[in-house]
Design a protein around this ligand. Structure first.
Ligand code: SF4
Ligand code: SF4
Length: 254
């Protein structure tokens, strides 16, 4: 079966966590951000993650540069795998579309930059982790350090995930991430981040004019999203903060 071939490749590529689940569980996402909006007839979600080495966030020297380079390489690796799995599914008679970790982005009706499909929700549905108060995926082996890839497919795949895990979620009294955030962007009670506040603080995008983006965002959200995609993806954005990942003690991350 095609899913066995995909599992084999995922294991050869040292994918840390992998899961499949029903796309119908995302039917309540906002219009324009549902699986059906991207691939009519979608039956299944595939979502997987690779953990960033702990040392990337710990290194005292060139920490920001190391995170920047490592994340960009990881996005390429995950996105390439998503595309490869989609191609394999199509060669076996199904339709599939990769859901990339880095791009493309959209801008929702509130003007907030969002992924075209909520990858974190995909990850929870396929049971490869739970969302923490820092708005990121938590896993008992990898803490907050998983980066994600995924795809939608018309293939009806049996729900499964590995490795077996039991996630208790954030400890009741932990507030390390929200207390460390320099701009109070984390809403721990909602398990969300005010993404525009975070990006305004942390991102450096020398090729992208913030003024032009703001003007486009007010007039034409799609044009704003495309402008951002063309000028800020991959190594074209440098982040000066990753405290909500680096300081999270969940699971094996401590
Ligand atoms: S990356 Fe930094 S600014 Fe953004 S939410 Fe995390 S701690 Fe806050
Ligand atoms: S720092 Fe604490 S509260 Fe924040 S996500 Fe990690 S475990 Fe949860």
């Amino acid at each position: 079966m095609i899913i066995d071939e995909i599992h084999k490749i995922a294991q050869e590529e040292n994918v840390s966590v992998f899961g499949t689940g029903p796309a119908s569980e995302m039917a309540d996402e906002p219009p324009g951000f549902r699986p059906e909006d991207f691939l009519p007839g979608t039956q299944s979600l595939i979502c997987f993650g690779i953990a960033m080495p702990r040392g990337v966030y710990d290194t005292p020297a060139y920490n920001l540069e190391t995170v920047w380079r490592s994340q960009n390489l990881m996005y390429r690796r995950l996105d390439t795998l998503s595309l490869h799995f989609a191609t394999l599914l199509e060669e076996n008679g199904f339709r599939a579309i990769p859901i990339y970790g880095c791009m493309p982005l959209g801008v929702n009706e509130k003007g907030t930059v969002v992924g075209i499909l909520n990858q974190l929700r995909m990850a929870e549905i396929v049971k490869i982790g739970v969302i923490g108060r820092n708005g990121l995926l938590l896993h008992s082996l990898y803490g907050s350090r998983l980066m994600l890839g995924g795809l939608l497919t018309t293939a009806s795949l049996p729900a499964m995930h590995y490795p077996e895990n039991e996630e208790t979620g954030c400890p009741p009294d932990c507030q390390i991430c929200s207390e460390a955030c320099p701009v109070n962007a984390i809403m721990p009670e909602r398990k969300q981040v005010k993404i525009m506040r975070c990006l305004r603080y942390t991102s450096r995008t020398p090729l992208m004019s913030r003024l032009k983006f703001a003007l486009l965002r007010a007039r034409n959200k799609r044009a704003a999203a495309r402008y951002m995609s063309l000028n800020s993806f991959d190594e074209h954005t440098f982040h000066i903060c990753s405290k909500c990942v680096a300081l999270c003690p969940y699971g094996g991350a401590g």
